[in-house]
Design a protein around this ligand. Sequence first.
Ligand SMILES: O=C(O)CCC(=O)c1ccccc1C(=O)O
Ligand SMILES: [Mg+2]
Length: 362
Amino acid sequence: MNMKFPFTTSFGTQQRKELLLVEAVDEDGLCGWGESVAMLIPWYNEETVKTNWNMLEDYMIPKLIQDSIEHPDDVSAKLSFIRKNHMAKAAIEGAIWDLYAKKQQVPLARALGGSRDNIEVGVSIGIHKDVKALIQTIQDHLEQGYKRVKLKVMPGRDVEVIREVRRHFPDVPLMVDANSAYRLEDTDHLKQLDEFNLMMIEQPLASDDIIDHAKLQAQLQTPICLDESIHSVDDARKAIDLGSCGIINIKIGRVGGLTEAKKIHDLCAERQIPVWCGGMLEAGVGRAHNVAITTLSNFLLPGDTAASSRYWDEDIIEPEVTVSDGFIAVPDAPGIGYEVNREKVDRYTLSSKVYRRPADFS
Ligand SMILES: O=C(O)CCC(=O)c1ccccc1C(=O)O
Ligand SMILES: [Mg+2]
């Protein structure tokens, strides 16, 4: 699928998306859907669409197919013999969560323990070459009701750009995301951001770091939010203990699925660390999963899950995810609550494969 606009971050520009969908079908013919957020190039983490397919085919599906699954919370334990590959794990676990919720005839949001019936959303805006164009993009999204604006930044596209944005929008809830573009030596430079009353600065330093982030946070007033650095509830605990961040971005794919996402959410609630749901330019299935997890009580800040129409001329779900006054209404149909449009999925499909349980499975 091609996005409506090229999206530029400190690691590169993307517009074409290939996404891996997993459909889990039970003995009664009920089906659940999951979407991998891996990209075509391993920029954000080490996974790609192809490595996901490989991991699913060679290790994950053979393991899950050989015994019964009582509850979706069991999936991550069954797959724990495989290191990392979190986006592939999340794709299949997500399909099983959706299937489970449909079987229980409850919305996925409720199956996960969420209680909100609408969620507040913001928008993530890529690096623009031209500041005027950026101001216009921000203006357009504020008019559409988005509750906060996140700007991608990198060295050379930061302090002066934010100053100009603040001049136009002095009171807008604003944050920035560096996708690991800085180093600890940039501390003095990053301190200049404190004057802009930013909600947070997301992932300024290395994707595998929590030590330097703690040193940086000690020097900054603006809270650091970790994205890339948090892969598990243990990572979150260590980062909180070290003082590496004041806020955590939860992405279902990055942490290996909804079960781990819930654990991080619960830990952060206990430790009074607000969380919000990050985005990975998802199509409808992934977007629907993000909506469901965001209904949990400690998702206290607007997420990056914007409307389908921000990204796609046509999404693969019905209805599409829509935003009104900065809120998404959480669907109340069972499972993810949106229908996957099979005709559209078929039209976009490059390859697909069916894996069946052995005939003697009981
Ligand atoms: O609109 C979205 O889905 C969020 C976009 C976004 O910020 C992002 C997109 C791709 C990879 C990483 C990130 C990020 O949050 O760091
Ligand atoms: Mg980020």
